[in-house]
Design a protein around this ligand. Structure first.
Ligand code: OSB
Ligand code: MG
Length: 369
């Protein structure tokens, strides 16, 4: 196949609830949506998960658009592509910028699945028909409110609850949550808010039977995490620190984590995500699919990826209605009893909602060969 046209749209979707982490608050979801056309007339969609500000990784909506316009789109237009893995190879000469790369690669996987007349999950080698989902909840103004919000989503059936922690909002909050919900599968995500100097605080969290503590230390660290893991009973899950299969290998060899959160955008695409999944499986390291507050296209990619067998822990792929009044896909993603059914139709399994896409688009540009 050859790609002959790419439409890049910048969308802004108001979020139902502001999302607060140790690094700040996100009120609106601002992101790039890619519509990729082939010569044969197949259309695939990819969602770029970079945020407006470089808090989670260094990429932003603007850096991604720059990388797409000036480097990635010129590389990909009119090249012969027989498999989405070719996209990863074509982008090898460009360093990092993983979210920008992944947005094209995701659309090419969609196209590849459509051309193969199969659901994306099947094309990726997925085996599950239904996936378990958890939910990631932002920091709330008070502990009472945090307990209320957690209770609401337990009642909705989510299979595990993730709460965000930061210095000053940790042991006491987790203790209260554990007292209120003694048996609920629960975990905490620090988004790199601690250092080894905080080891006494982090060790106190061992008391609360958490499934894991996600990314307690620096976003680019695997050495201190290994030191910490030796002193913690609770498994560490790495998120920000894992950008590639090589990172996963090194972290696992060092003993920096017991679990890995895989995000397609963070690792540069689905092909790399599958490699990390397979490697972790061979090492007995469970994985789960992380989220970037995606709209429907990114969410659909995450759901398809999660059908692979070593995604044994519930992911952060909550239902569309948790995030937005209206999603940009049809049907929207629905969670029932804490599970999502894998789509059975070809491609990503959801149709773009053209009206909603138009409504939320603030600017766009078309790139032709
Ligand atoms: O650390 O997993 C994270 C959202 C934005 C940036 C980083 C993270 C998150 C989440 C939310 O935890 C996951 C989601 O619901 O999409
Ligand atoms: Mg995280």
């Amino acid at each position: 196949m050859k790609i002959n046209k790419i439409i890049v749209r910048h969308l802004k979707m108001p979020m139902k609830h502001p999302f607060t982490t140790s690094f700040g608050t996100i009120n609106d979801k601002s992101f790039l949506l890619l519509e990729v056309h082939t010569e044969e007339g197949i259309v695939g969609f990819g969602e770029c998960v970079a945020f407006e500000a470089p808090w989670y990784t260094e990429e932003t909506v603007k850096t991604c658009w720059h990388m797409l316009e000036d480097f990635l789109i010129p590389i990909i237009l009119q090249k012969d592509i027989s498999h989405p893995n070719d996209v990863t190879k074509l982008f090898e000469s460009i360093r990092k910028n993983k979210m920008a790369k992944a947005s094209i690669e995701g659309a090419v996987w969609d196209i590849y699945a459509i051309a193969s007349n199969q659901p994306l999950a099947k094309v990726l080698g997925g085996t599950k028909e239904k996936i378990d989902v958890g939910i990631s909840l932002g920091i709330q103004p008070t502990i009472e409110k945090q307990i209320e919000v957690v209770g609401k989503y337990i009642a909705e059936g989510y299979k595990r609850i993730k709460v965000k922690i930061k210095p000053g909002w940790d042991v006491e909050v987790i203790k209260k949550l554990r007292e209120t919900f003694p048996d609920v599968p629960m975990m905490a995500d620090a988004n790199s808010a601690y250092t080894l100097k905080d080891i006494d605080i982090l060790k106190q969290l061992d008391e609360f039977n958490l499934m894991m503590i996600e990314q307690p230390l620096a976003y680019d660290d695997i050495v201190d995490h290994a030191t910490l893991q030796k002193q913690l009973q609770t498994p560490i899950c790495l998120d920000e620190s894992i950008l590639s299969l090589e990172d996963a290998r090194k972290a696992i060899e060092l003993g920096s984590c017991g679990i890995i959160n895989i995000k397609i955008g963070r690792v540069g695409g689905i092909s790399e995500a599958i490699k990390i999944h397979d490697y972790c499986k061979s090492k007995g390291i469970p994985v789960w699919c992380g989220g970037m507050l995606e709209a429907g296209i990114g969410r659909a990619h995450n759901i398809a990826l999660t059908s692979l067998s070593n995604f044994v822990l519930p992911g952060d792929t909550a239902g569309s209605s948790h995030y937005f009044e209206e999603d940009i896909i049809q049907p929207e993603v629905v969670v029932e009893d804490g599970t999502i059914r894998e789509a059975q139709t070809v491609g990503i399994g959801y149709e773009p909602n053209r009206k909603a896409i138009e409504k939320y688009t603030v600017s766009s540009k078309t790139y032709n060969y």
